[in-house]
Design a protein around this ligand. Structure first.
Ligand code: PEP
Length: 250
């Protein structure tokens, strides 16, 4: 398995105060392509972001924040992976903890969503992570293993690119990022869990997510098992998101 660096923004149900055009101009003006940047706007703005991502300057990838486990039918409010791919987006965040806890997504459902994303040619940014209670009980790795195995065996697809985001729930939006040894241990374990579930020629990125900011990014990025970040709050201002990107290049 080859590993690749990547930095992804998750705007959630927000738009940047500076405006989409100004934010994207800053992304394109960064002057280098590596590591790849991905921006995940709310679904109605995927089209605009895809167009902005191709303007003058260095391009970037676009992700949806969710896609359906269905292709079509009587599923009010859903958006399919094929529709998102048809807009020109390359990635889809799947299984974010907010989808799991607020919208009742199970590991099986996330596996079905992974399957549809792969079929549509999207690269999943597959999120996993434990609660504080699970960590306190010393069950983090077993929890992550169950999340990985159930979703990946439900998806049962062959693919050539996968992004996994390790996001401890207790670190998301709380200002409390995981400690370096906790991150390193989880990432190393996740890489092991994926062996046998991911094709040998697959390119993999294992991202950390949870209160990443410009001032803690360089230290976490220096961990050997960390390929990049999925960033919520600090991705809403292009300058702070780009300083995280700069920290990954040091
Ligand atoms: C996220 O929502 O994926 C996330 C990591 O959020 P934050 O960076 O705000 O903790």
């Amino acid at each position: 398995m080859k590993r690749e660096k990547l930095l992804a923004a998750n705007w959630k149900l927000n738009l940047p105060a500076e405006g989409i055009a100004a934010y994207c101009a800053a992304m394109r003006g960064r002057g280098a392509a590596d590591p790849e940047l991905v921006v995940s706007p709310p679904a109605p703005f995927v089209d605009a972001l895809v167009n902005e991502s191709k303007g003058a300057g260095t391009g970037f990838g676009v992700a949806s924040q969710n896609t359906s486990q269905h292709d079509q039918g009587a599923f009010t409010g859903e958006v399919s992976a094929r529709m998102i791919a048809g807009l020109g987006a390359r990635y889809a965040i799947l299984g974010h903890s907010e989808r799991r806890t607020l919208f009742g997504e199970s590991d099986e459902m996330i596996g079905q969503k992974l399957a549809k994303a792969f079929d549509a040619g999207l690269v999943p940014i597959f999120c996993i992570g434990e609660s504080q209670e699970t960590r306190d009980a010393g069950k983090t790795l077993a929890w992550l293993d169950a999340q990985v195995k159930t979703a990946m065996t439900t998806a049962a697809r062959s693919f050539s690119r996968l992004v996994v985001a390790y996001e401890p729930i207790w670190a998301i939006g709380t200002g409390r990022n995981a400690k370096n040894p906790e991150i390193q241990e989880a990432h190393q374990a996740i890489a092991g869990m994926l062996e046998g579930l991911v094709p040998d020629d697959c390119t993999l990125s294992i991202l950390y997510g949870g209160s990443v900011k410009a001032d803690n990014a360089a230290e976490i990025a220096s961990l050997s098992e960390v390929d990049g970040f999925l960033v919520g709050g600090a991705s809403l201002v292009s300058a702070s998101f780009l300083s995280i990107w700069g920290a990954m290049r040091r």
